[in-house]
Design a binder for this molecule. Structure first.
Ligand SMILES: Nc1ncnc2c1ncn2[C@@H]1O[C@H](COP(=O)(O)OP(=O)(O)OP(=O)(O)O)[C@@H](O)[C@H]1O
Ligand SMILES: [Mg+2]
Length: 479
């Protein structure tokens, strides 16, 4: 920004300086040219004005000036040049040179009072040849810069008058110096101001960056460090968004930490049981054969439990982020398959299912696992011979059993990881089933709810996102 401001101001200042310089130059040169014209008119019109007249010396030629006069090819042709005072030191007065037309023996006539003539150019000679027109030009006389007016005098050739440009040149060079100093100062000031403005504008962003770098360097600062939000501009919004991101990051980090802590705590029990059983088997000979078999069976059971726990933790670690690559699936078919497995696992129980054909978008495996967890709980808590009612209506799956139901004070926590009611601790399980159900539901944009039925037993309600096609469409398409 500093550079851009500097360049913009530099261009403007240079444009102004150039036009100011050109303006002054053309104005001063105009004055010089006017002076030359006046000098010319004093020579060739009705004689010099009274103030410039040198009495007794200048006589207007009898034949007058211009075309009618004959070329004499000698002296000053009656222009009265010889009578003019010679140029003072440093050309403070004008220089004259008469240029004879081509037919004359000499080329030029330099008035007596002058030591130097004005150097001839081809253009000046051409003017003398035609005797017509006027032209201005620059020349050097004895190393001095002069302005030359050449005017045709008809048959007499041409008269060149030169005046020094020393005063004009020094005025212009002073102006150039002044403009240069002003331009340089302007550019420097603009660059400085641009830099200061840019730095002020970027300061909050640099602060954010330093903050973010600090947090990135030491993530433990994530819990304490937040950006200060002031005002309501874009930067304040940025700071607010950044803080919200840090909050989300902190929550996710805490969730991961808790999962790891809870999981390692839960894994400790089956592992220590396994270790104890292994130690028992080391002294195998001390055990009765039945005891040995029991220990082995126990170990296999513990290993199964461990495997299930590990796979549950892995499943939970996926979080509730939306399913990456969902496909269309029939939710009623997924529930039907889960029910078939449940019937095998709960042989003494009755299962009543009322499933509407339902098409949704989702991850079949994840949904199947959630449904199985719900049915497992129902089987686990149903008294022998009871019925489990499963319904699927408008995309909402309901699993209802006739067990003891939830303790009312437990209801808000049943979906938490590793949460188990006190009387559940005697039953197998690790308290991850419903956490997996909720995560699967939320990852599909659905919900999971737990409640007690009015006449006893637990009622679970779960959905897995919007229904793409219900029974009306699906049954119609089959016909
Ligand atoms: N149908 C139900 N009837 C009564 N209580 C239930 C029912 N389903 C769940 N609960 C209670 O909610 C708790 C959490 O259930 P969850 O399915 O998450 O864990 P779990 O069944 O104990 O173990 P896991 O499912 O991991 O094997 C259970 O421990 C139990 O106390
Ligand atoms: Mg369970």
């Amino acid at each position: 920004m500093g550079l851009a401001a500097g360049v913009a101001v530099a261009l403007a200042v240079i444009a102004v300086a150039v036009s100011a310089y050109e303006g002054t130059r053309s104005q001063l040169l105009g004055q010089v040219d006017q002076q030359l014209r006046t000098l010319l008119s004093q020579r060739v019109s009705n004689g010099p004005p009274a103030g410039d007249r040198v009495p007794g010396f200048f006589q207007p030629p009898s034949g007058g000036f211009g075309d009618r006069a004959e070329a004499l090819c000698e002296g000053d042709e009656g222009l009265g040049l010889d009578q003019l005072p010679g140029p003072a030191f440093g050309f403070t007065r004008a220089l004259y040179t008469l240029i004879y037309p081509p037919g004359c023996a000499s080329r030029v006539y330099v008035p007596r009072g002058q030591t130097v003539g004005i150097p001839l150019t081809p253009a000046m000679r051409a003017t003398a040849a035609t005797g017509q027109g006027q032209s201005f030009g620059d020349a050097q006389v004895n190393g001095r810069h002069v302005r030359v007016l050449t005017a045709g005098l008809g048959a007499k050739g041409a008269l060149a008058i030169a005046v020094s440009l020393a005063a004009l040149d020094s005025a212009l060079s002073n102006e150039l110096l002044l403009l240069g100093v002003i331009a340089a100062a302007g550019v420097a000031l603009a660059a400085l101001l641009g830099f200061l403005v840019a730095r002020t504008a970027v300061a909050p962003i640099s602060r954010f960056t330093r903050h973010a770098e600090r947090i990135a360097d030491s993530p433990e600062l994530l819990e304490q460090e937040r950006l200060t939000v002031t005002g309501s501009d874009e930067l304040a919004r940025l700071a607010g968004t950044f803080n919200a991101m840090l909050d989300a990051l902190e929550r996710s980090l805490a969730a991961q930490r808790n999962l790891v802590a809870d999981a390692s705590h839960e894994l400790r029990t089956p592992i220590s049981t396994l270790r104890a059983n292994l130690q028992l088997l080391r002294d195998e000979k001390l055990l009765e054969p039945e005891e040995r078999d029991a220990v082995r069976a126990d170990m296999i059971e513990e290993l199964d439990e461990l495997t299930r726990l590990v796979s549950d933790v892995v499943q939970l670690a996926r979080g509730s982020k939306p399913v990456a690559d969902p496909g269309e699936l029939r939710l009623d078919a997924v529930v039907e398959e889960a029910l078939a497995r449940a019937r095998r696992r709960g042989p003494g129980l009755g299962f009543e299912a009322e499933l509407e054909p339902t098409l949704i978008n989702g991850d079949g495996e994840r949904i199947a696992r959630a449904v199985t967890n719900l049915l497992d709980n129902a089987i686990k808590w149903s008294p022998a011979g009871a019925t489990v009612e499963v319904g699927l209506r408008a995309g909402v799956l309901t699993v209802r059993d006739h067990g003891p139901g939830f303790h009312p004070e437990d209801v808000p926590f049943v979906f938490d990881r590793f949460h188990r009611a006190r009387d559940a601790r005697s039953k197998p399980g690790s308290g991850l089933g419903l956490a997996i159900v909720r995560q699967a539901a939320e990852a599909h944009g659905g919900i999971a709810e737990a409640a007690n039925a009015a006449d006893g037993g637990a009622v679970m309600r779960v959905s897995f996102g919007p229904v793409l096609a219900g029974p009306a469409e699906l049954l119609a398409s089959r016909v």
